[in-house]
Ligand binder design. Structure first.
Ligand SMILES: [Zn+2]
Length: 160
């Protein structure tokens, strides 16, 4: 969701199945062509399953902390990953559903602000953040935020 905000992108991968994280460098060892590795979806060296690209600021919970892992998986499902882009807190993991809900609601407000800003830019190209965005980029950004907002809202519904 943050591809419009982040930079210095060095992913960490996580396998929800094994509850293990791997750094990007590991994949350069696994795949012969290091550059190509990024294009492939990373697979877990342990179970062979697809891994989630969870971001640089992610701090893994203890392997046995199933609850914490479940929360992270839920966050991942709404693209709330731990990229160091200023729009998600560094390594913060909610401890229970109430905290998760609170966090999602907070993010939802932020995402809506972003959407509103892009919508405004769509209406009035001079109303941007000083950077000129072309129409294609603006509509991509609007779609991106809209999707993210939909996902967060769906996730919130499952939390009751
Ligand atoms: Zn695995």
């Amino acid at each position: 969701m943050c591809r419009y905000a982040w930079n210095n992108y060095k992913p960490h991968f996580v396998c929800f199945n094994c509850r293990k994280t791997y750094k990007r460098r590991l994949f350069e060892d696994i795949y012969e062509n290091g550059d190509k590795a990024e294009e492939k979806q990373a697979r877990c060296p342990q179970c062979g399953g697809y891994m989630a690209d969870i971001g640089t600021e992610f701090k893994a919970p203890k392997k046995g902390d199933l609850k914490a892992w479940k929360q992270i998986e839920k966050l991942y499902q709404v693209d709330f990953t731990f990229h160091s882009c200023g729009c998600s807190g560094p390594g913060y993991v909610p401890k229970n559903e109430a905290e998760l809900k609170e966090l999602l609601l907070l993010r939802l407000g932020l995402f809506k602000e972003n959407l509103k800003a892009w919508r405004k830019a769509e209406q009035d190209p001079s109303a941007t953040d000083g950077v000129s965005h072309d129409k294609a980029q603006i509509s991509k950004a609007i779609n991106c935020w809209q999707n993210t907002i939909d996902k967060v809202q769906k996730q919130l519904q499952t939390l009751g």
